[in-house]
Design a protein around this ligand. Structure first.
Ligand code: MLT
Length: 259
């Protein structure tokens, strides 16, 4: 299989009915959504995917090249496999970038969007240079070196030790070549800001009040550009708010989907 063609992804599912697909952040896998699968299976067929090369999903190329568009097309192929014409699409951070790409490329398949701890803007030149350093760091020194700098910023300022441990385990389990390819794909992602005003499906924006990477004020300003978008601020949650305060995130998502 060519690295540039869409591929079917590994996934974990719970519940029945209409599909709700969860797209994880960087550098993680489907396991970050375990509490959403537990808590939301009553309202939807919850499907947490592993993006290519992450978790249980394969890569076809030992030195892969990714893009948000390719990830989005993989999600579409996986929905075909699930027999789901449409889905509620929930993405966190990099998963949100994939959700924006999915909206651009497969909008007839989007029932609603749930955007968690993400942003619409493309990278600044400085951030792009940072992506290249990240790719080089993980290639040369592995995921441990990336965890040292990034791990603590992913959680709230006073994180629960269990959250740190769980996140660390998932983080360190990802292959370095895959995480380097993620970093370069994020560097090259387009600006999604021009799309915001044209999103005409229901949108819920979920954001940790203590997100250290993407401060909540900027997220609110972005959400206000999406017609009719609802916003849920998650207390005691950092960048991984749905994991850190699953009760509050699930309540917000459940109410949105029922409404
Ligand atoms: C993520 O959590 O997916 C990343 O922080 C996103 C990013 O680095 O832009």
């Amino acid at each position: 299989m060519s690295n540039n063609g869409p591929m079917q992804l590994a996934y974990e599912e719970r519940g029945s009915g209409q599909a709700l697909v969860f797209v994880h952040g960087f550098p993680l896998d489907r396991r970050m959504w375990i509490e959403q699968l537990r808590g939301l299976a009553k309202v939807r067929r919850c499907v947490a995917i592993d993006l290519r090369g992450h978790g249980l999903s394969a890569i076809s190329d030992p030195d892969p090249v990714f893009s948000m568009d390719l990830f989005a097309d993989d999600v579409a192929i996986t929905l075909d496999e699930l027999g789901a014409d449409q889905a509620d699409v929930c993405g966190l951070s990099m998963g949100g970038y994939v959700a924006f790409a999915f909206w651009r490329r497969h909008r007839d398949r989007v029932r609603s969007l749930i955007l968690c701890d993400t942003k619409a803007e493309a990278d600044s030149d400085e951030a792009k240079a940072g992506r290249e350093k990240t790719a080089q760091l993980v290639r040369e020194q592995g995921l441990e070196a990336l965890w040292d700098g990034l791990g603590p910023k992913l959680l709230a300022t006073d994180p629960k030790p269990d959250d740190v441990e769980r996140l660390r385990e998932t983080f360190l389990a990802q292959p370095a070549v895959v995480i380097a390819a993620d970093a370069l794909a994020m560097r090259d992602r387009p600006d999604s800001t021009p799309d915001l005003g044209g999103i005409d499906v229901p949108v819920l924006w979920v954001h940790g009040e203590e997100d250290q990477l993407m401060p909540i004020a900027g997220a609110r300003a972005t959400a206000e550009k999406i017609p009719g978008a609802r916003f849920a601020a998650i207390p005691a949650g950092g960048h991984m708010a749905p994991m850190e305060n699953a009760a509050a995130a699930n309540e917000a998502i459940g109410a949105f989907l029922k409404g």
